[in-house]
Design a protein around this ligand. Structure first.
Ligand code: ADP
Ligand code: MG
Length: 404
């Protein structure tokens, strides 16, 4: 099954409809804001190591219809199953609060903005999304960023006007996830959702925070990216992310640097380590940073033919050295390659979630069928597919002006 991306107007219509149904006494929202999910082309598990990653915004977005209130009440509703309607005070959203996780993602941004000194009040908001939840495609950042854009505008904060000021909005959304939800994630997802541009990948230097737009127009090459949501979620492995992060931080500290990116002599570090697990983890990070740099160079030179090999090497490194892949991801990647993909790899944190395959446009249906077959053969539930075209960052949806 392929998950279509809603047009801006379709998403806005659905958000307004949910808003009208949930808050019938109000005269509609102040507006609709939307922000995308993402894939990461390469550069996985390097964001918290000061490395480089290369996310691309999906055409799939989360839409928030929001109306400012004159008091400090919050009312939230989402059309996602499991996300019941929630109502509370602005002051009841904070890191120690006992609130549902989805509320922490959505309203945590308000807490983070307030902590940075911005004055906010209450709001009513309705959330709809065509980004699959928990698929490693960053529905969480899409929600945070859509909320952040909405609050920014209705409270006149001025944090969305240029990429330079958007950095502060990115930071607030990261803080919502790290501090209010309590998920120790890096900053790639929120930057991808707020700083990308159409037909470009976002080169994000996680050491300096610098961003560069790298041309990424696959359609012009007759290529596309097939995203495979394996629908696998290995929840028994909670804590694995933190463990890996801790190993990286321990080795960096041992070598007297803040992040593994800053190792003066990565090979020397690897030869000095006597813990084989630490060697594997660090080797992934060091080689992944090199692969990402090479990938960017190839894109800049328009050498699309060589990208696949780097994607394949990245997957092998994540599978064997970082050990964050799983049978479903490995199978998806292998089936796509066998069907003719130029390259394929897991994307996002791993242990389930999604894989991406760089394929020829004409090979889309055949690749989906091959992956489907492989999942049937293993007795797994069917994967879901999305097509990733490099899309724009989050923004307000102006329904009258949208291209149809
Ligand atoms: P991913 O970001 O890869 O989709 P996460 O586990 O980081 O996976 O985030 C998923 C969580 O984000 C959901 O369980 C839910 O709490 C929240 N979330 C994301 N999108 C929505 C939405 N549209 N409505 C309600 N909650 C959402
Ligand atoms: Mg997430």
């Amino acid at each position: 099954m392929k998950i279509p991306a809603w047009s801006a107007n379709e998403g806005a219509r659905r958000a307004r409809e949910l808003f009208a149904g949930a808050f019938p006494e109000l005269d509609g929202p102040d507006g609709v804001w939307a922000s995308p999910g993402r894939i990461n082309l390469i550069g996985e598990h390097v964001d918290y190591n000061g490395g480089i990653c290369l996310p691309v915004a999906l055409p799939h977005r989360t839409y928030v219809a929001l109306r400012r209130r004159e008091d400090t009440r919050l009312r939230l509703v989402s059309d996602e199953s499991g996300a019941a309607r929630w109502e509370g005070e602005l002051s009841s959203v904070h890191p120690e609060a006992e609130i549902p996780a989805w509320v922490a993602y959505a309203a945590g941004v308000a807490w983070a903005l307030q902590r940075k000194g911005h004055a906010l009040g209450g709001f009513d908001a309705a959330v709809v999304s065509c980004v699959p939840l928990g698929a490693g495609l960053s529905s969480s950042a899409a929600l945070e960023c859509a909320m952040g854009l909405a609050l920014d505008e209705v409270y006149g904060l001025g944090l969305a006007t240029s990429p330079a000021v958007r950095a502060e909005l990115v930071a607030a959304c990261v803080s919502a996830e790290n501090d209010v939800v309590g998920a120790p994630t890096g900053g790639m997802d929120q930057a991808a959702s707020l700083l990308t541009t159409k037909d470009h990948a976002l080169q994000l230097d996680c050491l300096t925070g610098a961003t560069t737009q790298v041309p990424f127009d696959l359609a012009a090459q007759g290529l596309t990216i097939l995203v495979i949501d394996t629908q696998a979620k290995h929840s028994l492995v909670d804590g694995q992310y933190g463990q890996r992060r801790a190993v990286c931080e321990r080795v960096a500290a041992l070598e007297g640097v803040e992040t593994l990116r800053q190792l003066p002599d990565p090979q020397g570090t690897l030869s000095r380590l006597n813990d084989p697990e630490a060697v594997r983890r660090v080797r992934h990070v060091v080689t992944e940073i090199e692969r990402t740099q090479e990938f960017v160079e190839l894109l800049t030179e328009g050498e699309y033919g060589e990208l696949g090999a780097l994607m394949n090497a990245s997957h092998a490194s994540l599978r064997d050295d970082y050990e964050v892949s799983c049978a479903e991801l490995d199978t998806a990647v292998e089936a796509a390659r066998a069907a003719g993909a130029w390259g394929a790899r897991m994307t996002g944190g791993g242990f389930g979630g999604s894989a991406i395959a760089l394929i020829e446009q004409g090979n889309l249906e055949a690749t989906m069928a091959a992956v489907d077959r492989a999942f049937v053969d293993n007795g797994w539930i069917a994967p879901r597919f999305l097509e990733a075209t490099a899309s724009e960052a989050g923004r307000r949806i102006n329904e009258e002006e949208e291209a149809l």
